[in-house]
Design a protein around this ligand. Structure first.
Ligand SMILES: [Cu+2]
Length: 289
């Protein structure tokens, strides 16, 4: 076989005709071009911000975005280099009718790109962990406004502690949405007398807010894209989360856990308002409780 190939190659060289074993260059060129197009299209989709998230409304959310962008640039650079490299290799080493050569790779190159990948992943992980920990595990800032968030199929109910700053006692046996007591507020507890129950979340701008997440039935979720916060509400647990919104507006709260047939319409609104509007909201609500 080897002798035959050598004779063929010598014949090809002598006559100027390609070896009869030589494959067509078309598939290699097509594949390399497709890969280049795929890379260009992907860069365009990201650069044109087709699927951009809405602007963040907290400084913590801005840090999340910054971390996300760092990860995207690192992964994007790896993607572009790998795909263009693949396209080049497919074209450069296309079938020219030669014998296939076997290679066991290059140990130093293996060590180099494994170390680079390790550094990039560890670096992004450590930087991202700090951002995540500040958001998820750090205690709430001093003197936050507390709002209890109770999720049930398929509604959000928000409770403010009222003027006394204390939440009244809840009794699961008293839960009765039909009679206007969806949370099971105990009428005999004086601390609950001034509690405010609302169907949407209203908070003042530039004040730390601490939410206390609860669920009455299955696992639900609290997600506001502009806060870059997403937290499950789990039955039997009270899960705190905190944020300080710095832009007045209305933002959608959605449940991102598949919590039953009505999951698709489980949502509410977050209203970030001025300090004055917040005070009048509390007054109005207290009057209609
Ligand atoms: Cu839900």
């Amino acid at each position: 076989m080897g002798i035959l190939l050598r004779i063929e190659r010598q014949t090809a060289r002598a006559t100027g005709f390609p070896s009869p074993n030589r494959g067509s260059a078309a598939p290699a060129i097509l594949l390399a071009l497709s890969l280049t197009l795929l890379v260009a299209l992907t860069i365009y989709i990201f650069a044109a911000h087709f699927f951009a998230a809405p602007s963040p409304i907290t400084s913590a959310a801005e840090r999340v975005d910054h971390q996300y962008n760092l990860t995207l640039y690192a992964a994007g650079a790896a993607f572009v280099l790998a795909q263009l490299g693949l396209g080049y290799m497919v074209f450069r080493y296309r079938d020219r009718g030669e014998r296939v050569r076997f290679t066991r790779g290059n140990t130093w190159m293996e060590i180099a790109w494994t170390s680079i990948t390790l550094c990039v992943f560890l670096g992004l992980g450590i930087a991202g962990n700090r951002v995540w920990a500040d958001l998820e595990t750090a205690p709430s800032p001093n003197n936050p406004i507390q709002v209890e968030v109770t999720e049930s199929q398929f509604v959000y109910t928000f409770r403010y502690p009222g003027k006394d700053g204390k939440f009244g006692r809840l009794d699961a046996n008293l839960v009765s949405p039909a009679t206007g007591n969806p949370l099971g507020l105990d009428p005999n507890d004086p601390a609950g007398k001034d509690d405010i129950v609302a169907s949407s979340l209203t908070v003042p701008i530039n004040r730390p807010i601490e939410l206390l997440l609860r669920s009455q039935d299955v696992i639900h979720n609290f997600f506001v894209r502009e806060l870059r916060l997403q937290q499950d509400a789990v039955p039997g647990m009270v899960i705190p989360m905190h944020f300080t919104a710095d832009r007045i507006g209305q933002y959608e709260i959605v449940c991102t856990q598949l919590c039953g047939l009505g999951h698709y319409h489980m949502h509410s609104m977050l209203n970030v308002v001025s300090a004055d509007d917040y005070a009048s909201f509390l007054e109005q609500q207290a009057a209609v409780q």
